[in-house]
Design a protein around this ligand. Structure first.
Ligand SMILES: Cc1cc2nc3c(=O)[nH]c(=O)nc-3n(C[C@H](O)[C@H](O)[C@H](O)COP(=O)(O)OP(=O)(O)OC[C@H]3O[C@@H](n4cnc5c(N)ncnc54)[C@H](O)[C@@H]3O)c2cc1C
Length: 379
């Protein structure tokens, strides 16, 4: 099944990526989990290896690849068992850079996208606000036009890379007309009036999650991304990739978790035999393995359609819903396989369990995914 979507060059890419991650990323993860952030040098190394250039414009240092290279990057990063590390390294490219690549002007691409591809600058995507998460259209942050600039005021919350990023791709209100009055802008984190504070959270400990405040920030007009008042449409368009990143990541994590759990079941003995000999546990592994394999197929099929330019909004909601909920189930069961050891920090199951919980919330909650699907299939 793998070869249906991945050819020899993909497989070689996966192998060299895996070697890179095992050498440069995995040894640092415990440290990042403690520190609450991925080091800047990790972004630089990823950039130097060309991982941030995948699918990006060649003019700015990117390389024209199909989506399955990005899928490999997402899968292998999620098999390092640190949801926070994967989130931080991928929010930079698949969220922030993606908006710039699709709708940014040449000035922004030269000054921000190019260095982002090289790993010299780190980006974040800031849409959520303290009073507006699922309901994107109700954001309050506002940018008022004055001659050749805007004056920006407001706040954002729960932003991945929010504290340590160099630039922020933000959604702001440019008119008071609901979803039609939203625009995207690029904010340089060094500008006067921009400040951010880190948030403590249940999981994803290696990613910096920030609350950001804008206090009379002067935004030059060329920092508008795309057209004024078209931001809501851009956000909805980019959600397709964001949801595929989350579904693919959840399935890769689920596969990793189940492999880990199965290894433990083979090694641990009770009542004179390995745990993997007990039918109750064998059947649970069989069930979860079947669910992962079938969803992987569905997910790859959607990735292919997305790559071919088809409209996959509903399918992205479906796979995001099912994959993240499956990862929750798998991480719960794997922790259970380990008994008391599963609850101990020194075993991988604990991190898998707490990192999984955000899957059904970020990038649109499960309830919102069901809402999107229902609207399409119930007339
Ligand atoms: C660790 C982390 C990282 C994040 N990273 C980013 C980031 O990088 N950038 C960014 O912009 N945002 C980010 N987010 C925000 C995330 O996208 C939001 O938390 C999410 O969209 C939900 O919004 P909310 O938290 O305001 O919940 P709410 O919208 O207040 O929802 C609360 C509950 O009500 C339910 N609900 C809401 N509306 C409906 C409805 N119509 N029908 C049924 N149920 C409904 C929801 O499903 C949920 O269960 C991050 C969040 C976290 C926790």
């Amino acid at each position: 099944m793998h070869s249906f979507y991945f050819h020899d060059e993909h497989n070689l890419f996966r192998k060299s990526l895996r070697d890179f991650l095992d050498k440069e990323i995995v040894p640092e993860i415990d440290h990042w989990e403690e520190n609450g952030r991925v080091s800047k040098s990790a972004f630089k190394k990823m950039g130097e290896m060309g991982y941030y250039g995948l699918g990006m414009e060649e003019k700015y240092g990117g390389v024209n690849t199909d989506i399955f290279y990005t899928i490999i990057l997402i899968e292998e990063l999620n098999k390092c068992n640190s949801g926070g590390t994967a989130a931080s390294l991928l929010a930079h490219s698949t969220l922030a850079m993606e908006h710039l690549q699709k709708n940014g002007n040449d000035f922004l691409k030269r000054n921000y996208l190019k260095p982002a591809i090289n790993g010299d600058l780190i980006g974040c995507l800031a849409i959520t606000e303290p009073n507006a998460g699922s309901d994107v259209a109700s954001i309050k942050t506002s940018a008022v036009k004055k001659e050749n600039h805007y004056i920006l005021n407001g706040s954002k919350t729960f932003i991945t890379n929010g504290v340590y990023s160099d630039f922020m791709v933000i959604a702001t209100r440019t008119e008071n007309t609901g979803f039609e009055g939203i625009s995207m802008m690029l904010i340089d984190s060094k500008w006067e009036g921009v400040s951010a504070t880190p948030l403590k959270k249940l999981g994803w400990h290696a990613s910096d999650t920030g609350e950001i405040s804008f206090d009379n920030v002067k935004v030059p007009i060329e920092h508008l991304i795309g057209q004024e008042n078209k931001g809501f449409y851009y956000i909805m368009q980019r959600f397709e990739l964001e949801r595929l990143v989350l579904s693919t990541g959840a399935l890769a994590s689920a596969e990793y978790a189940l492999d880990y759990g199965l290894k433990y079941l083979n090694e641990r003995e009770a009542f004179g035999r390995p745990l993997s000999k007990f039918q109750e546990l064998r059947h649970r592994v069989a069930q979860l393995s079947s669910e992962i394999e079938s969803l992987k197929s569905f997910n790859y099929q959607i990735c292919r359609s997305f790559n071919d330019g088809k409209n996959v909004t509903t399918q992205c909601a479906m796979t995001k819903l099912l994959s993240t909920e499956l990862m929750d189930k798998v991480s719960y069961q794997v922790l259970q396989f380990l008994g008391g050891y599963g609850y101990m920090e020194e075993y991988e199951a604990a991190r898998l369990f707490r990192d999984s919980r955000i899957g059904t919330i970020g990038g649109g909650t499960s309830e919102i995914m069901r809402e999107i699907i229902a609207k399409q299939i119930i007339q």
